[in-house]
Design a protein around this ligand. Structure first.
Ligand code: ADP
Ligand code: MG
Length: 314
């Protein structure tokens, strides 16, 4: 690379942050981090590979945003507060315009989310971005996939299927709302805070509702019934592809980064009210049952005919 690796890191990935507990950030062999007493560390990592997870033509600023956003979504699903992250980036060349935009998207979301970039690795090769995040959660309050019980209500935040619609219409630029939902997902961190210590299970929807709710069912050893009419669809998605295909996208399309969670009857009302008071859209879409398997039914009792099983990476 014409510019040295060190200079690139200095120019595009080093910035002052006032996140507490960062004893030492970028520039040494290791970052040194001091967790506050009484908290547990929630850690997750995700890799975005060019032409697999995003198109080459994607705006680098949006890509920078998205690379961090999808990881923040995992923290949201755990009920964790974002703390620090690392970035391993493989670049075909040192294109400074590209890096400037990428860094702007990445670091502006980092600032808004109160998370500090504390280290990483920079290499040359096919464009690949790996972000590792860490968050803090008060001891014993982390949300997991394994606590759903028969009788719990099943909920989701926001609307589903929009990101799949945004990807399906690529590179058509007329569907701006759907495109933004794919490129700039909003991690549901605030919802995660409200749910932690209370929801019986939680997962973020990255591979489609049926696939991701399926993970909760498997880990919790339960089944579920969903009501097709209760699945929240945006008017933009329904206008774009019709109600039937919108439901397909909602159930089997990926990349929404909304939360799916379960609440016991005893906790439901309080959490519903707290979500509403924070302007977080939510829908109750079904119920956890003892009977294994996932039943997705219309109000007249007829079953939804699935066209696929969610986005599969391979
Ligand atoms: P080492 O050879 O000891 O691994 P590097 O030369 O790879 O060190 O990195 C120097 C410093 O820059 C380290 O603190 C590392 O964490 C940080 N760093 C490298 N690449 C990135 C990046 N893409 N984003 C943020 N920090 C980075
Ligand atoms: Mg290194």
């Amino acid at each position: 690379m014409s510019v040295s690796e060190f200079e690139l890191i200095q120019r595009y990935f080093t910035e002052d942050s006032d996140v507490s507990g960062i004893v030492q950030g970028i520039g040494d062999d290791c970052a040194i981090l001091q967790p506050p007493a009484g908290h547990q560390l929630a850690v997750s990592v995700d890799t975005l590979v060019c032409d697999v997870h995003f198109p080459m033509s994607m705006d680098p600023e949006k890509l920078g945003y998205r690379a961090l956003a999808v990881n923040l979504s995992d923290l949201a699903a755990t009920g964790a507060t974002p703390w620090w992250f690392t970035l391993a980036i493989t670049l075909p060349e040192a294109d400074e315009d590209w890096l400037r935009s990428f860094s702007r998207g990445l670091l502006s979301l980092a600032r808004d989310s109160g998370i500090a970039l504390v280290g990483g690795d920079t290499t040359r090769g096919p464009l690949t971005i790996t972000v590792q995040v860490a968050g803090l959660v008060p001891e014993g309050q982390a949300l997991t996939r394994s606590g759903a019980r028969s009788g719990d209500g099943i909920y989701v935040t926001g609307t589903l299927g929009d990101a799949a619609g945004g990807l399906a219409c690529w590179p058509d630029t007329s569907q701006e709302y759907l495109r933004q939902r794919f490129c700039l997902p909003s991690p549901r961190l605030q919802a995660g805070h409200i749910l932690r210590g209370v929801a019986s299970s939680c997962i973020d929807i990255s591979d489609g509702l049926l696939a991701d709710l399926g993970h909760i069912l498997k880990r919790s050893n339960v089944g579920a019934s969903l009501s097709c009419e209760s699945i929240p669809l945006s008017s933009e998605l329904v206008d774009y592809c019709g109600r039937e295909r919108a439901l397909d996208a909602a159930l089997t399309g990926g990349d929404d980064y909304e939360l799916c969670f379960t609440l016991s009857v005893a906790n439901a009302l309080e959490i519903e009210q707290r979500l509403t008071s924070q302007d977080i859209p939510w829908s109750k879409i079904g119920i956890i049952e003892k009977q294994q398997g996932l039943r997705c039914l219309y109000a007249d009792g007829s079953p939804y005919q699935s066209s696929g099983r969610g986005y599969q990476h391979f």
